[in-house]
Design a protein around this ligand. Sequence first.
Ligand SMILES: C[S@@+](CC[C@H](N)C(=O)[O-])C[C@H]1O[C@@H](n2cnc3c(N)ncnc32)[C@H](O)[C@@H]1O
Length: 392
Amino acid sequence: MTPQARVQAAIELLDEIIVSARDGGAAADTLIARYFKTRRYAGSKDRRAVREHVYAAIRRSGDRPASGRAAMVGLALEDDGLAALFDGSAHGPAPIDAEEMGPPASVVPAWLADAIAALGEREGVALLERAPLDLRVNLIKNTRDAVLTALPEATATAHARDGIRLPEGFAVESHPLWHDGSIEIQDEGSQLIAEICGAAPGMTVVDLCAGAGGKTLALAAAMAGEGRLIACDTVKSRLDRLPSRAERAGASGIELRLLDGGRELEKLVDLTGQADIVMVDAPCSGTGTWRRNPEARWRLTPERLAALNALQARIIDLAVPLLRPGGALVYAVCSVLDSEGRDQVAAALRRHSSLTPERALPHVGRIWGDGTLLTPARDQTDGFFVARIRRP
Ligand SMILES: C[S@@+](CC[C@H](N)C(=O)[O-])C[C@H]1O[C@@H](n2cnc3c(N)ncnc32)[C@H](O)[C@@H]1O
């Protein structure tokens, strides 16, 4: 592909990504993979260059641009070399019209600018910076010391007990330690959320929003195969990925429950009053993981956020009756927005007045209402809010 054709390909892809973000469709990475599947003429250098254009345009615009061309023109107006490729040559983009302007450069969507700015000076920018590569050492299979010795380029994470951090570009999934289940890719913040649960052998633990089981596996390692660990989700394709992951991790006996969205209770009644821990890793806007999925900024709208807030409250209300006396609910979102974190928990404590909040993470993050907020600039983790609430 010529450099011009690569720019045109980025424009076409951005068009797809913009529509998909607006309509709640597939993620940018999926669309990029699909695009190249049907364009075998594109070599690895072409793919890399197109991908770089696409992600540079996504990172430059906090708000969803009007079109792929507008997004790329915005970049080109700040880069003479890129602008020179808009030369009207075959398979390339048409020249930039004197009237044409890209969307204004911004880190976060305008409607969220104040909320993000309130987190602190560098937090908005840090939410879009490249994320580190964190792994959790699976204690069922190995120890952190042994893994650190085997991977001299790794360092221990500052806060998570079983975490290690690796330099960029480390090919985790082709490493023997990954194949033998010794390591799992997991951001330090996610590891801390699983730690806060305080799961231990013999407990009954419900992971109510388990997805593909990232945190379930961390809970399983803490429980060392003793007790009950029940992983629930409403999306079958996510839960279906858990058994093979659990097998690789040597985590046996995890019970899976596919819930019916809106009728979740039907599959949970037998757990009423049984759980030592219920973890609600709630569906959320993902603002804390923008550095991994920057186009998620284009998906979020005030209406979608309101719908998530309602769902989060509903899931908390499903979780509370599952607690046995003395049991704890751990509520987490990978979001830095108060409506999903601090305010959600404050409202839950008003609805369930017998519950009491506990300080979740004494050594990291900042106290945020009745929970803890982790942010990338301050804590070098994805952005998370987490709270631990105990039933007396
Ligand atoms: C943040 S993700 C969970 C990530 C997972 N815990 C992990 O560590 O990989 C939230 C999950 O909640 C699930 N979910 C959505 N609505 C739900 C509901 N009503 N009940 C239970 N789970 C739900 C979603 O399908 C999604 O997998």
